[in-house]
Design a protein around this ligand. Structure first.
Ligand SMILES: Cc1ncc(COP(=O)(O)O)c(C=O)c1O
Length: 416
């Protein structure tokens, strides 16, 4: 084993290490790109592709409705697999078109009244922040942002708990890992306060699902949303909503409930169905649902614990290499950041940096001030480059990416 491999301990608990060669052989994209944009959209493994293509073919041959009926058991497995991943039951899971779709449905199920408070953080996702402001505009909801801890480890939980007690928010909403940095927010600690004070708690796990082990009981959330295409390596256009038994037993239901979510029991009356299906729509892209099921099964087979060890460790190795490059400023905060490595390069503009990486066959992405108004204002940056490896990436790829960034700095110095 070379020194690069030794940088990551793959096997602290005596469990079998991941079979990287097999995992990469299972991933067509590994042959063509160095994919460090898993926080955008992970590379789909073959079983996901196959499930989707097979189903589209089957629909074309027998008819869309007929294909869905014939594959009912596999469709059901979307719920069973997702429930297994999160430590809950299949009836607590709703399919959604994206994380944002799931989030909007969750919010629309809350009977906000003028003056109600949404307590959130300074690192919650841009679209969630916009949705809160929209609720403010239409219903007079007040949005309160808990302060960050002065040590830079994310939200100040004690200050947030004090706000919970003083303001009694209608909803506490926290993004586990934001889109614009590797910060990991203490969602379980916040959840304990919500449970103690009986407050409704919504977690955006879009960037954490598939890279960390998640357990909704341990987090103590009522609602949790995520997408499939990122660290779960599923198809684009798929997401899910977890709704706890507590939420399902309450009157909560999405505003635009349809014939999937409710029974029309009398001309002037409908009744929501018992499970989280009340948050779904009747029409779903079944090829995507099957692709999502295959992706989650795949993650469960690879092993959430092994993924959660290797993925942030690869990112840590990348940070270590980049820290040695003059002119690179690493932006991630917190003691154990996620696999979203964010940085700026002194004197460089965003797009040319990304284009230079594209030209080297390295996938990356950019975040701008608008995506993270509080965080980027605090860091005094207008943009950052985001490099997000996943477990199927290699240490050699980390070295190549770090060397490419170092070259960009040198090129700039030479040119300038
Ligand atoms: C933290 C976070 N939440 C929510 C989303 C939205 O996910 P989707 O595009 O599936 O709606 C993203 C997407 O980048 C995200 O990073």
């Amino acid at each position: 084993m070379g020194t690069q491999d030794q940088a990551i301990d793959p096997d602290p608990a005596g469990q079998p290490a991941l079979d990287l060669a097999a995992l990469r052989a299972d991933t067509p994209g590994c042959g063509s790109v160095i994919h460090f944009n898993n926080a955008g959209s992970g590379l789909m493994p073959r079983p996901v592709l196959k499930a989707m293509i097979d189903h589209l073919q089957f629909e074309a041959e027998v008819g869309g409705y007929e294909a869905a009926t014939a594959r009912a058991e596999q469709v059901r497995d979307f719920y069973t697999a997702t429930a297994e991943l999160l430590g809950t039951g299949p009836d607590n899971i709703a399919y959604a078109g994206s994380a944002t779709d799931a989030y909007a449905k969750a919010l629309s199920g809350i009977d906000f009244l003028p003056g109600d408070i949404i307590l959130t953080t300074r690192n919650d996702y841009i679209s969630n922040q916009i949705a809160f402001l929209s609720l403010g505009k239409r219903f007079g909801v007040e949005v309160v942002h808990a302060p960050d801890h002065p040590d830079g480890t994310g939200v100040d939980v004690a200050a947030m708990a004090a706000l919970m007690r003083a303001r009694r928010p209608r909803l506490v909403a926290v993004t586990h890992v934001p889109t614009n940095s590797g910060l990991v927010q203490p969602v379980a600690e916040i959840g304990r306060h919500c449970r103690e004070l009986d407050l409704l708690y919504l977690v955006d796990a879009c960037q954490s699902v598939g890279q960390f082990e998640l357990d909704v009981e341990r987090i103590g959330c009522d609602l949790l949303t995520a997408t499939l295409r990122k660290f779960l390596r599923g198809p684009r256009g798929s997401g899910f909503l977890f709704a706890s038994d507590r939420v399902l037993k309450s009157e909560a239901e999405p505003l635009f409930i349809d014939m999937r979510g409710a029974r029309w029991v009398a001309p002037d009356r409908y009744e929501p169905v018992a499970g989280a299906a009340r948050y779904e729509e009747w029409e779903v892209p079944y090829a995507n649902v099957l692709g999502a099921a295959a992706a989650t099964r795949y993650a469960l087979r690879v092993g959430p614990a092994a993924i959660a060890r290797r993925t942030p460790a690869l990112a840590a190795l990348l940070r270590e290499r980049l820290a040695a490059v003059p002119g690179v400023r690493l932006l991630d905060r917190g003691p154990a950041p996620a696999a979203l490595v964010t940085l700026t390069i002194e004197g460089r503009q965003a797009e040319p940096v990304k284009r230079a990486l594209d030209a080297r066959g390295i996938n990356s992405s950019l975040s701008f001030r608008e995506y993270a108004r509080f965080d980027f204002a605090d860091k005094e940056v207008e943009w950052c480059l985001r490099l997000s490896p996943h477990y199927y990436n290699t240490e050699a790829e980390v070295e190549t990416v770090a060397a490419s960034i170092a070259e960009l700095v040198v090129t700039r110095r030479t040119a300038g």
